[in-house]
Design a binder for this molecule. Sequence first.
Ligand code: UD1
Length: 350
Amino acid sequence: MKIMLAGGAGYIGTHTAIALIEAGHEVFVVDNFSNSCREAVRRVEKITGSEVRLYEADCCDYMSVRMIMSKEKPDSVVQMAGYKAVGESVAKPISYYRNNLDSTLTILEVMAECGVKSIVFSSSATVYGEDNPVPYTEDMPRGRCSNPYGWTKSMIEQILEDAAAADPSLSVVLLRYFNPVGAHESGLIGEDPQGIPNNLMPYITQVAVGRRDKLTVFGGDYDTPDGTCRRDYIHVMDLADGHARAVDYAAAHKGSAIFNLGTGIPYSVLDMVNAFSDACGHPLNYVIGDRRAGDLQDCWADAEKAGRILGWKATRGIAEMCRDSWNWQRNNPKGYADSEEDSDEEDDEE
Ligand code: UD1
């Protein structure tokens, strides 16, 4: 199949592009590089030996999306174009609602015009909100989110379900990611956040490589065995494989479906710190600080449904997650920054 990866130059998008290409699909990327770069897509080409056409466009821009989709005529869209920083979403809610909802609505409108009938959406475990008990199952109601980013995911899920209910020829798959970490085993691509990382793993890798002084563990007084929060960390290549299964599922089933993409295994912040120290071969400098506002104590998946229906299961454990995150960061201490200067010509198809 031919697949449009909206927001495909980012961390999850580039890894997903590899999994889709390895599953035999043709992939093209639409991205405005608001939190990503061309170099990452170049490296996907290097890893796969396949061309990945790259369109620089904002998925909120109806004319651009229509031009691209009518030219490429994809069989399916994987929609990951959106802002994703929780703290920033609290400070800039309107920008988050505008960007994340508009990109998805624009894509849906253009899909209807161009006769594209299948969409896989990057949702998040955050939609379970504050009230559901762990482990989360897909039949639990969407809960109250603790920030605008989470609400955009929840609202977009609702929009996509309504769109599928109104058009019996449409296929919608909502993938609820847990905590993606790790990198492709080549060490050529990985997570490259701008500025100070918000998320745990990139913060850990930047401490390990000497870009940051120490990690602050947010809260050591939770009701967990070691006092720190527990999460369902999932290797980004397992997550990427989940998209390949989801695209196949969407091609064969009309209507909407939801799948958790997690391992079902919770690890604490200190479990991650210790596993990472083992992977990088030296202890990690950290302090226990205050709790972070909005953090849940526990968040992990019941991953049974994706196994039963998609035939998908995460296969990489915590040691591989840390090994591959470290391999990427060690080989690219400044992320993609080093190679960006010589990568600003060519490639743009528009
Ligand atoms: C959050 C969002 C999730 C979003 C993800 C990626 C919520 C409830 N969760 O997940 O929807 O997809 O970010 O943006 O909105 N930690 C530290 N020190 C740090 C950083 C993190 O101790 O410097 C801890 C956190 O307290 C948490 C764990 O590490 O217990 C993971 O944090 P993080 O990587 O930010 O992800 P989540 O908050 O789980």
